[in-house]
Design a protein around this ligand. Structure first.
Ligand code: GTP
Ligand code: SPV
Ligand code: MN
Length: 596
Protein backbone atom coordinates (compact mmCIF):
# COMPACT_ATOMS: atom_id res chain seq x y z
CA UNK A 1 0.00 0.00 0.00
CA UNK A 2 2.91 2.32 -0.73
CA UNK A 3 2.13 5.60 -2.45
CA UNK A 4 5.24 5.58 -4.60
CA UNK A 5 7.72 3.55 -6.58
CA UNK A 6 10.45 6.11 -5.89
CA UNK A 7 13.48 3.95 -5.03
CA UNK A 8 15.21 6.56 -2.87
CA UNK A 9 12.08 6.96 -0.78
CA UNK A 10 11.42 3.24 -0.44
CA UNK A 11 14.97 2.30 0.49
CA UNK A 12 15.18 5.09 3.07
CA UNK A 13 11.90 4.00 4.68
CA UNK A 14 13.20 0.46 4.70
CA UNK A 15 16.38 1.52 6.43
CA UNK A 16 14.54 3.57 9.05
CA UNK A 17 12.10 0.71 9.64
CA UNK A 18 14.99 -1.72 10.15
CA UNK A 19 16.31 0.59 12.85
CA UNK A 20 13.04 1.47 14.62
CA UNK A 21 11.36 -1.89 14.06
CA UNK A 22 7.66 -0.94 13.92
CA UNK A 23 4.96 -3.64 13.83
CA UNK A 24 3.49 -2.08 10.72
CA UNK A 25 3.96 0.76 8.28
CA UNK A 26 1.02 2.91 7.18
CA UNK A 27 1.16 5.53 4.43
CA UNK A 28 -0.86 8.67 5.05
CA UNK A 29 -2.82 9.27 1.86
CA UNK A 30 -4.47 12.55 2.81
CA UNK A 31 -7.98 11.08 2.70
CA UNK A 32 -10.63 12.16 5.19
CA UNK A 33 -11.58 8.49 5.82
CA UNK A 34 -8.08 7.63 6.96
CA UNK A 35 -7.82 10.76 9.12
CA UNK A 36 -11.17 9.96 10.72
CA UNK A 37 -10.08 6.40 11.50
CA UNK A 38 -6.91 7.74 13.13
CA UNK A 39 -8.90 10.23 15.21
CA UNK A 40 -11.11 7.38 16.40
CA UNK A 41 -8.05 5.33 17.29
CA UNK A 42 -6.48 8.25 19.20
CA UNK A 43 -9.72 8.73 21.12
CA UNK A 44 -9.88 5.02 21.93
CA UNK A 45 -6.35 5.04 23.37
CA UNK A 46 -6.89 8.30 25.26
CA UNK A 47 -4.31 10.17 23.17
CA UNK A 48 -7.01 12.66 22.22
CA UNK A 49 -10.41 13.64 23.56
CA UNK A 50 -13.24 14.34 21.16
CA UNK A 51 -14.81 17.70 21.96
CA UNK A 52 -18.50 18.67 21.76
CA UNK A 53 -19.16 18.19 18.04
CA UNK A 54 -22.08 20.58 17.99
CA UNK A 55 -20.09 23.45 19.48
CA UNK A 56 -16.69 22.51 18.05
CA UNK A 57 -17.16 20.22 15.04
CA UNK A 58 -14.09 18.19 14.14
CA UNK A 59 -12.23 19.48 17.21
CA UNK A 60 -10.08 17.44 19.59
CA UNK A 61 -8.12 17.93 22.78
CA UNK A 62 -4.66 16.66 23.63
CA UNK A 63 -2.40 16.85 26.68
CA UNK A 64 1.34 16.40 26.26
CA UNK A 65 3.62 15.01 28.92
CA UNK A 66 4.26 17.58 31.64
CA UNK A 67 7.97 17.67 30.78
CA UNK A 68 7.27 18.26 27.09
CA UNK A 69 5.53 21.58 26.52
CA UNK A 70 7.80 23.72 24.33
CA UNK A 71 10.68 23.70 21.90
CA UNK A 72 13.95 22.66 23.52
CA UNK A 73 16.66 24.91 22.15
CA UNK A 74 19.37 23.40 24.32
CA UNK A 75 18.72 19.99 22.78
CA UNK A 76 18.43 21.21 19.19
CA UNK A 77 21.51 20.65 17.05
CA UNK A 78 22.72 21.64 13.61
CA UNK A 79 24.73 18.62 12.51
CA UNK A 80 26.82 20.22 9.77
CA UNK A 81 30.18 18.68 8.81
CA UNK A 82 32.09 21.26 10.87
CA UNK A 83 31.27 23.36 13.92
CA UNK A 84 32.09 26.51 11.98
CA UNK A 85 29.32 25.71 9.46
CA UNK A 86 26.79 25.63 12.31
CA UNK A 87 28.24 28.84 13.71
CA UNK A 88 28.55 30.30 17.20
CA UNK A 89 24.81 30.65 17.86
CA UNK A 90 23.85 27.03 17.15
CA UNK A 91 24.50 23.85 19.07
CA UNK A 92 26.60 21.61 16.90
CA UNK A 93 27.15 17.89 16.77
CA UNK A 94 29.36 16.00 14.36
CA UNK A 95 26.97 14.27 11.93
CA UNK A 96 28.61 10.85 12.32
CA UNK A 97 28.44 11.06 16.08
CA UNK A 98 24.89 12.39 15.97
CA UNK A 99 23.67 9.53 13.77
CA UNK A 100 25.46 6.97 15.92
CA UNK A 101 24.18 8.42 19.18
CA UNK A 102 20.60 8.83 17.97
CA UNK A 103 20.51 5.44 16.23
CA UNK A 104 20.89 3.89 19.66
CA UNK A 105 17.87 5.84 20.86
CA UNK A 106 15.78 5.08 17.77
CA UNK A 107 16.75 1.40 17.80
CA UNK A 108 13.60 -0.70 18.32
CA UNK A 109 11.75 2.46 19.43
CA UNK A 110 8.69 1.51 17.37
CA UNK A 111 8.35 -2.11 18.49
CA UNK A 112 4.65 -2.78 19.04
CA UNK A 113 3.83 0.51 17.32
CA UNK A 114 2.89 1.75 13.87
CA UNK A 115 5.21 3.82 11.71
CA UNK A 116 3.19 6.37 9.77
CA UNK A 117 4.69 7.68 6.54
CA UNK A 118 3.55 11.26 5.96
CA UNK A 119 4.38 12.70 2.52
CA UNK A 120 3.97 16.46 2.84
CA UNK A 121 4.54 19.58 0.81
CA UNK A 122 5.66 22.89 2.21
CA UNK A 123 4.04 25.36 -0.15
CA UNK A 124 1.04 24.81 -2.42
CA UNK A 125 1.48 21.70 -4.55
CA UNK A 126 2.79 22.75 -7.94
CA UNK A 127 4.12 26.12 -6.73
CA UNK A 128 7.72 26.84 -7.77
CA UNK A 129 8.36 27.60 -4.08
CA UNK A 130 7.10 24.18 -2.89
CA UNK A 131 9.37 21.54 -1.38
CA UNK A 132 8.62 17.96 -0.40
CA UNK A 133 9.26 16.27 2.90
CA UNK A 134 8.43 12.86 4.28
CA UNK A 135 7.97 12.44 8.00
CA UNK A 136 8.09 9.00 9.58
CA UNK A 137 6.47 9.06 12.99
CA UNK A 138 4.89 6.73 15.52
CA UNK A 139 2.50 9.40 16.79
CA UNK A 140 -1.07 9.78 15.56
CA UNK A 141 -1.12 13.24 17.15
CA UNK A 142 1.76 14.22 14.89
CA UNK A 143 0.01 12.75 11.84
CA UNK A 144 -3.20 14.67 12.52
CA UNK A 145 -1.35 17.91 13.21
CA UNK A 146 0.71 17.53 10.03
CA UNK A 147 -2.53 16.98 8.09
CA UNK A 148 -3.63 20.44 9.26
CA UNK A 149 -0.29 22.23 9.06
CA UNK A 150 0.86 20.94 5.66
CA UNK A 151 -0.46 19.53 2.40
CA UNK A 152 -0.34 15.77 2.83
CA UNK A 153 -0.86 12.63 0.77
CA UNK A 154 -0.69 11.08 -2.67
CA UNK A 155 -0.49 14.35 -4.63
CA UNK A 156 2.76 15.10 -2.83
CA UNK A 157 4.36 11.83 -3.94
CA UNK A 158 3.15 12.51 -7.48
CA UNK A 159 4.84 15.89 -7.33
CA UNK A 160 8.06 14.26 -6.08
CA UNK A 161 8.03 11.58 -8.80
CA UNK A 162 11.44 9.86 -9.01
CA UNK A 163 13.32 12.77 -7.50
CA UNK A 164 15.61 12.30 -4.52
CA UNK A 165 15.09 15.89 -3.48
CA UNK A 166 12.99 15.50 -0.34
CA UNK A 167 13.53 16.13 3.35
CA UNK A 168 13.99 12.88 5.28
CA UNK A 169 12.19 13.36 8.59
CA UNK A 170 12.20 10.75 11.34
CA UNK A 171 10.34 11.15 14.61
CA UNK A 172 9.79 8.70 17.44
CA UNK A 173 8.16 9.39 20.77
CA UNK A 174 10.37 6.87 22.58
CA UNK A 175 9.88 7.42 26.33
CA UNK A 176 9.47 11.22 26.24
CA UNK A 177 12.68 11.22 28.25
CA UNK A 178 14.04 14.78 28.52
CA UNK A 179 17.57 13.49 28.91
CA UNK A 180 17.35 11.67 25.60
CA UNK A 181 15.39 14.32 23.73
CA UNK A 182 17.20 15.44 20.57
CA UNK A 183 16.12 17.59 17.66
CA UNK A 184 18.81 16.99 15.05
CA UNK A 185 19.04 18.80 11.73
CA UNK A 186 21.45 17.58 9.06
CA UNK A 187 21.19 20.35 6.43
CA UNK A 188 23.73 18.79 4.09
CA UNK A 189 21.76 15.50 4.10
CA UNK A 190 18.28 17.00 3.91
CA UNK A 191 17.56 15.07 7.10
CA UNK A 192 15.86 15.67 10.45
CA UNK A 193 15.79 13.26 13.39
CA UNK A 194 13.66 14.01 16.43
CA UNK A 195 13.16 11.78 19.46
CA UNK A 196 11.66 11.73 22.95
CA UNK A 197 9.22 14.58 22.40
CA UNK A 198 5.61 14.83 21.29
CA UNK A 199 5.32 18.61 21.22
CA UNK A 200 4.84 21.15 18.45
CA UNK A 201 7.99 22.58 16.95
CA UNK A 202 9.99 19.57 18.17
CA UNK A 203 7.96 17.04 16.23
CA UNK A 204 5.90 18.68 13.47
CA UNK A 205 8.99 18.42 11.33
CA UNK A 206 7.61 20.47 8.44
CA UNK A 207 7.55 23.57 10.62
CA UNK A 208 10.66 24.91 12.33
CA UNK A 209 12.97 21.96 11.56
CA UNK A 210 12.32 21.93 7.80
CA UNK A 211 10.66 25.21 6.79
CA UNK A 212 13.23 27.23 8.74
CA UNK A 213 16.36 25.29 9.73
CA UNK A 214 16.76 23.11 6.62
CA UNK A 215 15.10 25.62 4.28
CA UNK A 216 17.26 28.54 5.44
CA UNK A 217 20.27 26.46 4.39
CA UNK A 218 18.65 25.56 1.06
CA UNK A 219 17.76 29.21 0.50
CA UNK A 220 21.39 30.18 1.03
CA UNK A 221 22.52 27.62 -1.56
CA UNK A 222 19.69 28.38 -4.01
CA UNK A 223 19.42 32.17 -3.65
CA UNK A 224 16.14 32.50 -1.78
CA UNK A 225 15.19 33.05 1.86
CA UNK A 226 13.31 31.14 4.58
CA UNK A 227 12.28 33.44 7.43
CA UNK A 228 10.34 33.40 10.73
CA UNK A 229 7.83 35.88 9.31
CA UNK A 230 4.12 36.43 9.05
CA UNK A 231 2.75 37.74 5.75
CA UNK A 232 -0.25 40.05 5.54
CA UNK A 233 -1.99 42.19 2.96
CA UNK A 234 -3.40 45.65 3.63
CA UNK A 235 -6.31 46.44 1.34
CA UNK A 236 -6.88 50.15 0.76
CA UNK A 237 -10.28 51.73 0.13
CA UNK A 238 -9.22 51.92 -3.54
CA UNK A 239 -9.19 48.11 -3.62
CA UNK A 240 -5.42 47.93 -4.03
CA UNK A 241 -3.57 45.56 -1.66
CA UNK A 242 0.02 45.91 -0.39
CA UNK A 243 1.81 43.08 1.39
CA UNK A 244 4.28 43.13 4.25
CA UNK A 245 6.29 40.39 5.97
CA UNK A 246 7.22 40.67 9.64
CA UNK A 247 9.72 38.74 11.76
CA UNK A 248 9.03 38.64 15.50
CA UNK A 249 10.42 36.02 17.90
CA UNK A 250 8.18 33.24 19.19
CA UNK A 251 5.11 34.43 21.10
CA UNK A 252 5.77 38.07 20.20
CA UNK A 253 2.69 38.77 18.12
CA UNK A 254 2.98 37.33 14.59
CA UNK A 255 -0.37 35.52 14.63
CA UNK A 256 -2.02 38.57 16.15
CA UNK A 257 -0.59 41.01 13.61
CA UNK A 258 -1.30 38.67 10.69
CA UNK A 259 -5.01 38.58 11.58
CA UNK A 260 -5.37 42.16 12.74
CA UNK A 261 -8.69 43.97 12.47
CA UNK A 262 -8.14 47.69 11.76
CA UNK A 263 -9.68 50.25 14.15
CA UNK A 264 -13.29 51.24 13.42
CA UNK A 265 -12.44 54.51 11.65
CA UNK A 266 -10.37 52.57 9.14
CA UNK A 267 -12.95 49.82 8.69
CA UNK A 268 -15.56 52.49 7.97
CA UNK A 269 -13.31 53.91 5.26
CA UNK A 270 -12.88 50.47 3.68
CA UNK A 271 -9.46 49.32 4.91
CA UNK A 272 -8.96 45.60 5.49
CA UNK A 273 -6.18 43.22 6.51
CA UNK A 274 -5.78 39.83 4.80
CA UNK A 275 -3.74 36.98 6.29
CA UNK A 276 -1.32 35.13 4.03
CA UNK A 277 0.68 33.42 6.78
CA UNK A 278 1.31 33.72 10.52
CA UNK A 279 4.72 32.17 11.18
CA UNK A 280 6.94 31.34 8.22
CA UNK A 281 7.67 33.03 4.90
CA UNK A 282 9.66 31.72 1.96
CA UNK A 283 10.83 34.60 -0.21
CA UNK A 284 12.12 34.60 -3.77
CA UNK A 285 13.26 37.30 -6.16
CA UNK A 286 10.43 38.14 -8.57
CA UNK A 287 10.35 39.50 -12.12
CA UNK A 288 10.08 43.07 -10.84
CA UNK A 289 13.37 42.76 -8.96
CA UNK A 290 11.51 42.64 -5.66
CA UNK A 291 10.74 39.83 -3.24
CA UNK A 292 7.64 37.66 -3.38
CA UNK A 293 6.60 35.53 -0.43
CA UNK A 294 4.59 32.38 0.17
CA UNK A 295 3.41 30.85 3.40
CA UNK A 296 4.71 27.27 3.18
CA UNK A 297 2.24 26.08 5.82
CA UNK A 298 -1.46 25.22 5.57
CA UNK A 299 -2.48 25.80 9.18
CA UNK A 300 -1.82 27.87 12.29
CA UNK A 301 -0.08 26.43 15.35
CA UNK A 302 -1.04 29.41 17.46
CA UNK A 303 -0.61 30.47 21.08
CA UNK A 304 -3.97 30.00 22.86
CA UNK A 305 -3.65 32.15 26.02
CA UNK A 306 -4.73 35.72 25.39
CA UNK A 307 -6.72 34.80 22.28
CA UNK A 308 -10.30 36.09 22.58
CA UNK A 309 -13.07 37.73 20.57
CA UNK A 310 -11.63 41.13 21.33
CA UNK A 311 -7.86 40.56 20.94
CA UNK A 312 -8.03 38.28 17.90
CA UNK A 313 -11.50 37.21 16.74
CA UNK A 314 -10.11 35.88 13.45
CA UNK A 315 -7.85 33.45 15.28
CA UNK A 316 -10.59 32.39 17.66
CA UNK A 317 -13.05 31.80 14.80
CA UNK A 318 -10.35 29.80 12.98
CA UNK A 319 -10.34 27.37 15.94
CA UNK A 320 -14.07 26.62 15.94
CA UNK A 321 -13.83 23.61 13.61
CA UNK A 322 -11.29 20.98 12.60
CA UNK A 323 -8.88 22.12 15.31
CA UNK A 324 -6.64 20.28 17.76
CA UNK A 325 -6.14 22.01 21.12
CA UNK A 326 -3.01 21.16 23.09
CA UNK A 327 -2.41 21.83 26.81
CA UNK A 328 -5.34 24.21 27.31
CA UNK A 329 -8.03 23.51 29.94
CA UNK A 330 -10.50 20.78 29.01
CA UNK A 331 -14.02 21.62 30.12
CA UNK A 332 -15.33 18.08 30.49
CA UNK A 333 -18.86 19.19 31.42
CA UNK A 334 -19.30 21.12 28.17
CA UNK A 335 -16.88 19.26 25.92
CA UNK A 336 -15.17 22.57 25.22
CA UNK A 337 -11.85 24.23 25.98
CA UNK A 338 -10.70 27.24 27.97
CA UNK A 339 -7.52 29.22 28.51
CA UNK A 340 -6.42 32.34 30.38
CA UNK A 341 -7.69 35.37 28.55
CA UNK A 342 -10.44 33.56 26.59
CA UNK A 343 -13.16 35.03 28.81
CA UNK A 344 -13.75 35.76 32.46
CA UNK A 345 -15.57 32.46 33.13
CA UNK A 346 -13.07 29.71 33.77
CA UNK A 347 -14.83 26.37 34.15
CA UNK A 348 -15.23 25.20 37.73
CA UNK A 349 -14.40 21.74 39.00
CA UNK A 350 -12.23 20.91 36.02
CA UNK A 351 -8.62 19.83 35.66
CA UNK A 352 -5.73 21.96 34.49
CA UNK A 353 -3.62 21.24 31.42
CA UNK A 354 -1.71 18.64 33.39
CA UNK A 355 -4.92 16.79 34.19
CA UNK A 356 -4.77 17.69 37.87
CA UNK A 357 -7.71 19.11 39.85
CA UNK A 358 -7.63 22.89 39.46
CA UNK A 359 -9.30 25.78 41.22
CA UNK A 360 -9.31 28.91 39.06
CA UNK A 361 -9.98 31.12 42.10
CA UNK A 362 -6.48 30.43 43.47
CA UNK A 363 -4.95 32.31 40.54
CA UNK A 364 -3.07 29.22 39.42
CA UNK A 365 -3.08 28.99 35.63
CA UNK A 366 -5.25 26.32 34.05
CA UNK A 367 -3.72 26.35 30.58
CA UNK A 368 0.00 26.14 29.94
CA UNK A 369 1.35 29.56 28.82
CA UNK A 370 2.54 27.85 25.61
CA UNK A 371 -0.71 25.93 25.07
CA UNK A 372 -1.70 26.02 21.41
CA UNK A 373 -4.34 25.42 18.77
CA UNK A 374 -3.69 23.71 15.45
CA UNK A 375 -6.24 25.21 13.06
CA UNK A 376 -6.65 24.97 9.27
CA UNK A 377 -5.68 28.27 7.63
CA UNK A 378 -8.71 27.97 5.37
CA UNK A 379 -10.91 28.49 8.47
CA UNK A 380 -9.63 32.03 8.93
CA UNK A 381 -12.30 34.65 8.10
CA UNK A 382 -9.61 37.03 6.79
CA UNK A 383 -7.52 34.48 4.89
CA UNK A 384 -6.14 36.21 1.82
CA UNK A 385 -7.64 35.22 -1.54
CA UNK A 386 -3.97 34.91 -2.58
CA UNK A 387 -2.76 32.78 0.33
CA UNK A 388 -2.18 29.80 -1.96
CA UNK A 389 -1.03 31.85 -4.96
CA UNK A 390 1.76 29.67 -6.40
CA UNK A 391 3.76 32.79 -7.31
CA UNK A 392 3.46 34.32 -3.84
CA UNK A 393 2.65 37.93 -3.04
CA UNK A 394 4.98 40.91 -3.65
CA UNK A 395 6.42 42.33 -0.42
CA UNK A 396 6.53 46.12 0.04
CA UNK A 397 8.02 46.15 3.53
CA UNK A 398 9.91 43.84 5.84
CA UNK A 399 9.31 44.51 9.52
CA UNK A 400 11.47 43.28 12.37
CA UNK A 401 10.25 43.47 15.92
CA UNK A 402 10.81 42.22 19.42
CA UNK A 403 9.42 42.39 22.90
CA UNK A 404 11.36 45.20 24.56
CA UNK A 405 10.27 46.96 27.74
CA UNK A 406 12.61 49.82 26.82
CA UNK A 407 15.16 50.91 24.19
CA UNK A 408 13.37 49.99 20.93
CA UNK A 409 10.91 52.71 19.87
CA UNK A 410 7.42 51.96 18.58
CA UNK A 411 8.68 52.06 15.00
CA UNK A 412 11.66 53.19 12.97
CA UNK A 413 12.79 52.77 9.39
CA UNK A 414 16.23 51.75 8.20
CA UNK A 415 18.13 54.03 5.86
CA UNK A 416 18.56 51.39 3.15
CA UNK A 417 18.76 47.61 2.65
CA UNK A 418 22.23 47.24 4.18
CA UNK A 419 21.23 49.24 7.23
CA UNK A 420 18.00 47.23 7.33
CA UNK A 421 19.99 43.98 7.49
CA UNK A 422 21.91 45.54 10.37
CA UNK A 423 18.63 46.47 12.09
CA UNK A 424 17.48 42.83 11.77
CA UNK A 425 20.82 41.53 13.02
CA UNK A 426 20.67 43.62 16.22
CA UNK A 427 17.15 42.57 17.18
CA UNK A 428 16.66 41.60 20.80
CA UNK A 429 13.63 40.36 22.65
CA UNK A 430 12.51 39.09 26.03
CA UNK A 431 12.27 35.29 26.06
CA UNK A 432 8.81 33.70 26.17
CA UNK A 433 7.18 30.39 27.09
CA UNK A 434 7.50 29.16 23.49
CA UNK A 435 10.86 27.64 24.37
CA UNK A 436 11.82 25.90 27.60
CA UNK A 437 13.96 27.99 29.95
CA UNK A 438 13.70 31.35 31.68
CA UNK A 439 10.99 33.77 30.52
CA UNK A 440 11.43 37.54 30.27
CA UNK A 441 15.19 37.67 29.80
CA UNK A 442 16.38 40.01 27.03
CA UNK A 443 18.47 38.15 24.51
CA UNK A 444 19.73 39.05 21.08
CA UNK A 445 17.63 37.27 18.48
CA UNK A 446 18.79 38.31 15.01
CA UNK A 447 15.91 38.38 12.51
CA UNK A 448 13.91 36.30 15.08
CA UNK A 449 15.98 33.40 13.69
CA UNK A 450 18.31 32.66 16.62
CA UNK A 451 16.74 29.22 17.26
CA UNK A 452 15.96 28.56 13.60
CA UNK A 453 18.96 29.40 11.41
CA UNK A 454 20.32 26.17 9.93
CA UNK A 455 23.86 27.42 9.30
CA UNK A 456 26.41 29.97 10.46
CA UNK A 457 24.53 33.18 11.17
CA UNK A 458 27.48 35.16 9.79
CA UNK A 459 26.89 33.48 6.43
CA UNK A 460 23.16 34.09 6.87
CA UNK A 461 23.74 37.82 7.30
CA UNK A 462 26.01 37.81 4.26
CA UNK A 463 23.22 36.03 2.35
CA UNK A 464 20.81 38.81 3.33
CA UNK A 465 23.32 41.41 2.09
CA UNK A 466 23.89 39.47 -1.15
CA UNK A 467 20.15 39.14 -1.77
CA UNK A 468 19.89 42.91 -1.41
CA UNK A 469 22.47 43.38 -4.15
CA UNK A 470 20.31 41.30 -6.50
CA UNK A 471 17.17 43.33 -5.77
CA UNK A 472 16.42 46.36 -7.91
CA UNK A 473 13.11 46.89 -6.14
CA UNK A 474 13.91 45.82 -2.59
CA UNK A 475 11.31 46.02 0.18
CA UNK A 476 11.92 48.81 2.71
CA UNK A 477 12.99 47.56 6.15
CA UNK A 478 11.47 48.67 9.47
CA UNK A 479 11.58 47.77 13.15
CA UNK A 480 8.64 47.85 15.55
CA UNK A 481 8.10 47.28 19.26
CA UNK A 482 4.56 46.97 20.63
CA UNK A 483 5.82 46.16 24.11
CA UNK A 484 7.34 49.39 25.54
CA UNK A 485 6.46 49.71 29.24
CA UNK A 486 6.22 52.82 31.40
CA UNK A 487 7.90 53.15 34.83
CA UNK A 488 5.02 51.19 36.38
CA UNK A 489 5.25 48.30 33.98
CA UNK A 490 2.18 49.27 31.92
CA UNK A 491 2.08 48.92 28.14
CA UNK A 492 2.47 52.37 26.63
CA UNK A 493 1.02 51.32 23.28
CA UNK A 494 -2.38 49.56 23.01
CA UNK A 495 -1.14 47.06 20.43
CA UNK A 496 -3.33 44.57 18.54
CA UNK A 497 -5.77 46.33 16.14
CA UNK A 498 -4.18 49.69 16.82
CA UNK A 499 -0.95 48.38 15.32
CA UNK A 500 -2.68 49.13 12.04
CA UNK A 501 -1.85 52.80 12.64
CA UNK A 502 1.83 51.91 12.50
CA UNK A 503 1.34 49.73 9.42
CA UNK A 504 -0.27 52.70 7.74
CA UNK A 505 2.79 54.85 8.44
CA UNK A 506 5.07 52.08 7.17
CA UNK A 507 3.17 51.77 3.89
CA UNK A 508 3.13 55.54 3.47
CA UNK A 509 6.90 55.54 3.88
CA UNK A 510 7.13 52.83 1.22
CA UNK A 511 5.31 55.01 -1.25
CA UNK A 512 7.16 58.13 -0.07
CA UNK A 513 4.06 60.03 0.98
CA UNK A 514 5.04 60.92 4.55
CA UNK A 515 8.11 62.55 6.09
CA UNK A 516 10.26 61.31 8.96
CA UNK A 517 12.88 62.51 11.38
CA UNK A 518 16.41 61.18 10.88
CA UNK A 519 17.97 59.97 14.13
CA UNK A 520 21.02 58.00 15.20
CA UNK A 521 19.19 54.71 14.66
CA UNK A 522 17.20 55.52 11.50
CA UNK A 523 14.01 57.33 10.50
CA UNK A 524 11.46 57.93 13.25
CA UNK A 525 7.90 59.16 12.62
CA UNK A 526 6.78 62.62 13.61
CA UNK A 527 4.11 61.95 16.24
CA UNK A 528 1.56 63.89 14.18
CA UNK A 529 1.99 61.39 11.33
CA UNK A 530 0.75 58.40 13.31
CA UNK A 531 -2.99 58.69 13.20
CA UNK A 532 -4.45 58.47 16.73
CA UNK A 533 -7.97 59.44 15.68
CA UNK A 534 -10.63 57.32 17.33
CA UNK A 535 -8.08 55.74 19.66
CA UNK A 536 -9.22 55.43 23.22
CA UNK A 537 -6.38 53.86 25.19
CA UNK A 538 -5.68 54.45 28.84
CA UNK A 539 -2.10 53.62 29.75
CA UNK A 540 -2.85 53.81 33.48
CA UNK A 541 -4.94 55.91 35.85
CA UNK A 542 -6.12 58.71 33.61
CA UNK A 543 -3.01 58.77 31.42
CA UNK A 544 -4.17 58.37 27.83
CA UNK A 545 -2.38 57.68 24.62
CA UNK A 546 -1.98 61.04 22.91
CA UNK A 547 0.64 62.79 20.79
CA UNK A 548 2.73 63.63 23.86
CA UNK A 549 2.80 60.06 25.11
CA UNK A 550 3.37 58.84 21.59
CA UNK A 551 6.51 60.96 21.50
CA UNK A 552 7.71 59.07 24.57
CA UNK A 553 7.53 55.72 22.80
CA UNK A 554 9.13 57.21 19.71
CA UNK A 555 12.08 58.55 21.70
CA UNK A 556 15.61 57.30 21.12
CA UNK A 557 17.20 57.11 24.55
CA UNK A 558 20.94 57.30 24.01
CA UNK A 559 21.99 55.60 27.25
CA UNK A 560 19.85 52.54 26.61
CA UNK A 561 21.06 52.39 23.04
CA UNK A 562 24.70 52.56 24.14
CA UNK A 563 24.00 49.59 26.44
CA UNK A 564 22.65 47.80 23.39
CA UNK A 565 25.73 48.69 21.37
CA UNK A 566 27.85 46.98 24.01
CA UNK A 567 25.73 43.84 23.84
CA UNK A 568 25.72 43.88 20.01
CA UNK A 569 29.53 44.06 20.09
CA UNK A 570 29.55 40.95 22.27
CA UNK A 571 27.30 39.15 19.80
CA UNK A 572 29.28 40.25 16.76
CA UNK A 573 32.59 39.29 18.39
CA UNK A 574 31.51 35.64 18.37
CA UNK A 575 31.56 35.58 14.58
CA UNK A 576 35.20 36.48 13.96
CA UNK A 577 35.89 36.62 10.23
CA UNK A 578 32.33 35.44 9.45
CA UNK A 579 30.95 38.83 10.47
CA UNK A 580 30.16 40.71 7.26
CA UNK A 581 32.30 43.86 7.10
CA UNK A 582 29.20 45.90 6.19
CA UNK A 583 27.60 45.06 9.53
CA UNK A 584 30.73 46.01 11.47
CA UNK A 585 30.67 49.34 9.62
CA UNK A 586 26.98 49.87 10.42
CA UNK A 587 27.69 49.24 14.10
CA UNK A 588 30.49 51.82 14.07
CA UNK A 589 28.14 54.30 12.41
CA UNK A 590 25.47 53.66 15.04
CA UNK A 591 27.91 54.20 17.87
CA UNK A 592 29.31 57.37 16.30
CA UNK A 593 25.79 58.70 15.70
CA UNK A 594 24.77 58.02 19.28
CA UNK A 595 27.85 59.75 20.68
CA UNK A 596 27.38 62.85 18.51
P1 GTP B 1 4.70 31.90 17.73
O1 GTP B 1 3.54 31.10 17.27
O2 GTP B 1 5.34 31.34 18.96
O3 GTP B 1 5.71 32.12 16.67
O4 GTP B 1 4.12 33.31 18.28
P2 GTP B 1 3.55 34.62 17.57
O5 GTP B 1 4.69 35.51 17.20
O6 GTP B 1 2.59 34.26 16.51
O7 GTP B 1 2.79 35.36 18.78
P3 GTP B 1 1.23 35.60 19.05
O8 GTP B 1 0.59 36.45 18.01
O9 GTP B 1 0.61 34.28 19.31
O10 GTP B 1 1.27 36.46 20.39
C1 GTP B 1 1.86 35.97 21.56
C2 GTP B 1 1.45 36.79 22.76
O11 GTP B 1 1.71 38.18 22.53
C3 GTP B 1 -0.02 36.68 23.07
O12 GTP B 1 -0.15 36.49 24.47
C4 GTP B 1 -0.60 37.99 22.67
O13 GTP B 1 -1.70 38.34 23.44
C5 GTP B 1 0.56 38.97 22.84
N1 GTP B 1 0.49 40.07 21.85
C6 GTP B 1 0.35 39.96 20.52
N2 GTP B 1 0.28 41.17 19.92
C7 GTP B 1 0.38 42.08 20.92
C8 GTP B 1 0.39 43.51 20.95
O14 GTP B 1 0.29 44.20 19.93
N3 GTP B 1 0.54 44.11 22.17
C9 GTP B 1 0.67 43.38 23.32
N4 GTP B 1 0.82 44.02 24.45
N5 GTP B 1 0.65 42.02 23.32
C10 GTP B 1 0.51 41.38 22.15
C1 SPV C 1 7.47 29.16 17.81
O1 SPV C 1 7.94 28.78 18.88
O2 SPV C 1 7.97 30.11 17.16
C2 SPV C 1 6.25 28.53 17.28
C3 SPV C 1 5.75 27.34 17.94
O3 SPV C 1 5.73 28.98 16.27
S1 SPV C 1 6.65 25.90 17.55
O4 SPV C 1 5.97 25.25 16.42
O5 SPV C 1 6.60 25.03 18.72
O6 SPV C 1 7.98 26.25 17.16
MN1 MN D 1 6.88 30.81 15.48
Amino acid sequence: MSLTTNKAVLSWIDEMAKMTNPDRIVWIDGSEEQAEALRAEAVATGEMIKLNQEKLPGCYYHRTAVNDVARVEGRTFICAPTKEEAGPTNNWMDPKEAYAMASEIFKNSMVGRTMYVIPFSMGAIGSPFAKVGIELTDSIYVVLNMCIMTRVGKAVMDMLGDSEDFVHGLHARCDIDEEKRYILQFPQDNTIWSCNSGYGGNVLLGKKCFALRIASYQGWKESWMAEHMLILGVEFPSGETKYVAAAFPSACGKTNLAMLIPPKDYLDKGYKVWTVGDDIAWLRINDEGGLSAVNPEAGFFGVAPGTNMKSNPNALISTQKGTIFTNVVYNSAEGTVWWEGLDKNPPKGENNWKGEPWDPTTGEKGAHPNSRFTAPAANCPCISPRWEDPAGVPISAIIFGGRRAKTAPLVYQSRDWQHGVFVGSIMASETTAAASGAVGVVRRDPMAMLPFCGYNMGDYWQHWLDMGKKLTNAPKIFNVNWFRLNENGKFMWPGFGDNFRVLEWILKRCEGSVGARETAIGYIPYAKDINLEGMDYTIEGDIKMNEENLDKILAVETDYWLEDVASIKELYAKFGSKLPRELATELETLETNLKK
